[in-house]
Design a protein around this ligand. Structure first.
Ligand code: GAR
Length: 209
């Protein structure tokens, strides 16, 4: 069983999908702690209901390194096998990311490598997709590297962009896919089936296949 730490700043629906998948046995793992930089983030309430440790480390008014060192100290104590960014709205330094290289994942609400990078988070992403005229969107689960939104891609799920779509409707349909993709990626990790080969992630077949 793997020990999972989740970092979240918002509502935590992706966190919920991971906790549900652990509860049901789909993932052989347990969310042991949820760390948030935002006081009042509903993700922390979800974690309490599930029974994970909740850790609030406010980032407001702190230097990036100072805040990160506090988060790193907590992670050192928790000793997770995997760290998940789930709507964590704060950039991480290379130092932090290197510490968990190959053991830290993020979910992004578009099909990377398009619509990623600085400023591309939350609704900004869906607005950019609609303005671009792209006919498909979706979500991407990837390993985190110091290159923002540029780490090796683990899984993607696609949906069509409809003529009638607004930021809200597109966001809602992409989120449904996120809730399938993230647990699937974590399950593959827990099964030891993800092999990072340079910029590419290879998914090894299950032993019984
Ligand atoms: C999700 O759509 C996630 O992909 C996005 O924030 C939302 C969090 O929702 N992340 C980013 O934009 C990161 N660049 P949630 O709190 O309900 O899981």
């Amino acid at each position: 069983m793997i020990r999972i730490a989740v970092m979240a700043s918002g509502g935590g629906t992706n966190l919920q999908s991971i906790m549900d998948a652990c509860e049901s046995g789909y993932i052989d793992g347990k969310v042991v702690a949820v760390i948030s930089n935002k006081d009042g983030a509903y993700a922390l309430e979800r974690a309490k209901i599930y029974g994970a440790e909740t850790i609030l480390i406010p980032s407001r008014g702190k230097r990036r390194e100072e805040h990160e060192n506090e988060v790193l100290a907590e992670l050192e104590r928790i000793r997770p096998d995997l760290v998940l960014l789930a709507g964590y709205m704060r950039m991480l330094t290379a130092n932090f990311i290197e510490r968990y290289r190959g053991k830290i994942m993020n979910i992004h609400p578009a099909l990377l490598p398009c619509f990623g990078g600085k400023g591309m988070y939350g609704e900004n992403v869906h607005r950019a997709v609609l303005e671009s005229g792209a006919k498909v969107s979706g979500c991407t689960v990837h390993f985190v590297t110091p290159h923002v939104d540029g780490g090796p891609i683990i899984l993607q799920r696609c949906i069509p962009v409809l003529d009638s779509d607004t930021v809200e409707t597109l966001k809602a349909r992409v989120l449904e896919e996120e809730h399938k993709a993230y647990p699937e990626a974590v399950r593959l990790f827990a099964e030891g089936r993800l092999k990072i080969d340079g910029a590419v992630v290879r998914i090894e077949s299950a032993n019984n296949e």
